[in-house]
Design a protein around this ligand. Sequence first.
Ligand code: SF4
Length: 230
Amino acid sequence: MIKGFRGTSLVDYPGKISSVVFTYGCNFRCPYCYNIDLVLPERYSKLEDIPEDVVIEELKRRKGFIKGVVITGGEPTLWERKLVYFIERVVYEVGLPVKLDTNGSLPDVVKSLVEMDIIDYWAIDFKTAPERYKEVKGDFSKVEKSFEYLKPLGFRVEVRITCYPPLVGKDEIKKMIPYLEGFKRIAIQKYEPYDSISGEKVEPYTKEFYLWLKEFLLENLRDLEVIERF
Ligand code: SF4
């Protein structure tokens, strides 16, 4: 399940120094994705698996310095029971809170984790307008269900919008607004033209777009906090 580990991060868990655990495999294919080694089977098959026990021991060793654990991917929820068991170990055996990153494509796994109340902080992606989800090989009806399970958690959830110009423009944002209603925290993320799955390097937006987006969200959604990552 795990093919990557970063011992210390200052930026992945809001307000906490964390370690980051990377699971492999993803059911989406976002053109801008730069986690190629964890997403494409021909790439991750060449990486060593890191046993969960090794990661748990490393987390115990670092506890005291790190204050949380981020689980990201790939798409962690694809691991279902195995993921749930690992999270339980981090929370109850190591004693650290967990942040989980997800694309929201497996609402049943999201629902179980919400019911178990073992995730301290969630980050869920909103990739583009619902009708364009097929362009990332996703099914928005499933993501929408995950949204509904997460909305009641308030400030423990952030919705991440990565502003990749071909998928996120003003028209798409307008279509995304009704589904964002009820979330308390939205992170506007800058797209950077790294080496990606599509191999295309698209010209990123200028700051003007990000500022427009922030204003637009605040005008159209109630009780909202916008996190600027641009
Ligand atoms: S959902 Fe995330 S990991 Fe999967 S392809 Fe998209 S950006 Fe990459």
